[in-house]
Design a protein around this ligand. Structure first.
Ligand code: SF4
Length: 235
């Protein structure tokens, strides 16, 4: 029997999760990382049944044909789910564009779904050697690097983004990361400022952000990419 996607939640209508498109967002359960700034810790654990069945989501999407442009698979980490490619094919058959939000954890599953994607928004969290400080998982920079290279090689439209907090990514590290990304071929980069609302880590949430990143840091980073955005209240 085919594996069914474990859905943790659904946003029926979003104008901000897929650039230029009206999209539904399907949140997939499960994530093996434990980022200190995670805003979706309730999605980290996979439950036996999921919060709602994929069949019900698909039936709902059938009634949205002509009303929405796209479906974005988010998480948690959508690429953790063995049912992801099948779910994407189901959605593509309805005529929707397919978007993916990924933290770049599973290069093999990403390779499997890249041919199905119209757009991908992916996180690169910090310089690859320092990933454990953000994710809590040793060696987590290695799959992130592999996913980055796979996305860039695929030609799929993308947005590469990093959540910026001064305790995790001081200005010097931001510059080092941006330099690495530009050297690997990233040309569309978004720096999103950490949001305290919804973050369970009190020490991160209470840290003043005034003056971070420095204007000179942002100017340096901006000069490295064809497209650069500093998002003050990033997702
Ligand atoms: S990768 Fe994303 S979902 Fe997983 S712990 Fe980090 S922020 Fe949360």
């Amino acid at each position: 029997m085919a594996v069914e996607l474990k859905v943790g939640g659904l946003t029926p209508f979003s104008a901000t999760d897929y650039p230029g498109k009206l999209a539904a967002v399907v949140f997939v359960q499960g994530c093996p990382w434990r980022c200190r700034y995670c805003h979706n810790p309730h999605l980290q654990r996979r439950t036996p049944e999921g919060a709602m069945s994929w069949r019900d989501v698909l039936a709902w999407l059938r009634r949205r044909v002509g009303l929405l442009d796209a479906v974005v698979f988010s998480g948690g980490e959508a690429c953790m789910d063995p049912g992801l490619a099948r779910a994407m094919r189901d959605v593509k058959a309805l005529g929707f564009n397919i978007g993916l939000h990924t933290a770049c954890i599973y290069p093999q599953r990403l390779q499997e779904v890249l041919p199905l994607l119209d757009w991908v928004g992916f996180d690169i969290k910090t310089p690859f050697a320092h990933y454990r400080l953000v994710t809590g998982v040793a060696g987590s920079g290695d799959p992130a690097r592999a996913c980055l290279d796979a996305i860039l090689a695929s030609g799929v439209a993308y947005e590469c983004r990093t959540t910026a907090h001064p305790d995790l990514l001081p200005d010097a590290q931001l510059l080092a990361l941006a330099t690495t990304l530009a050297a690997r071929g990233v040309d569309n980069y978004v720096l999103q400022q950490f949001r305290a609302e919804g973050c369970a880590d009190a020490s991160l949430a209470s840290r003043p952000l005034h003056g971070y990143p420095a204007a000179s840091t942002l100017a340096h980073i901006g000069a490295m990419f064809a497209r650069f955005t500093f998002r003050h209240h990033g997702s």
